[in-house]
Design a protein around this ligand. Structure first.
Ligand code: CTP
Ligand code: ZN
Length: 154
């Protein structure tokens, strides 16, 4: 580090989960997917922080909350390279990567305007396919492939 770091940009937490290395533009999608707007836990959010690898990154610290892997895997589309840090008594006791789930229910929108999920209130359902390191979504209903992640409601 070239400059002397005098303070953490976002305070350390005693117990809970730190989601790090979130692409800056995806931080609010992650908040949405994990429904953090309705959580009662203390949450600190750092947006557009400097990162050596990502240029700018986001970080979300959720105190006193520990997530199931299945719950965390829901953020794979928005933040595939995020790091999950489990904090207990101020120490990082576990560090893991997000795993891409085989199927994604809800969360993403089908890019096919004719798809039934865009006309009736049916939850979207996709199989994930990794092609040249990019995640593609294969719609269970119309069998079309969606190349980019479009959050529901967009
Ligand atoms: N952290 C925290 N509270 C703690 C301990 C750690 O909020 N009590 C946060 C740190 O600020 C950091 C993340 O958890 O954002 C991971 O901590 P650590 O592994 O110590 O940092 P790095 O080595 O920079 O992580 P990485 O190698 O994953 O970039
Ligand atoms: Zn479809």
């Amino acid at each position: 580090m070239s400059e002397k770091q005098t303070q953490l940009k976002v305070s350390a937490i005693k117990d809970g989960t730190v989601l790090d290395h979130i692409p800056a533009q995806s931080i609010f999608q992650v908040i949405d997917i994990l429904d953090l707007a309705h959580a009662a836990n203390p949450i600190t959010i750092g947006s557009n922080l400097e990162s050596k690898t990502l240029g700018r990154k986001g970080i979300i610290k959720i105190a006193d909350r520990f997530f199931e892997d299945a719950e965390l895997s829901r953020i794979a589309l928005a933040a595939p390279d995020a790091t999950v840090n489990v904090i207990k008594d101020y120490e990082v006791v576990q560090k893991k990567k997000i795993e891409l789930p085989e199927t994604i229910v809800g969360i993403a929108k089908c890019s096919n305007p004719m798809c039934v999920t865009n006309h009736q209130s049916i939850p979207t359902r996709f199989s994930t396919v990794v092609d040249h390191k990019k995640v593609k979504l294969l719609c269970h209903y119309c069998e079309k492939t969606t190349e980019e992640f479009i959050p529901l409601g967009h």
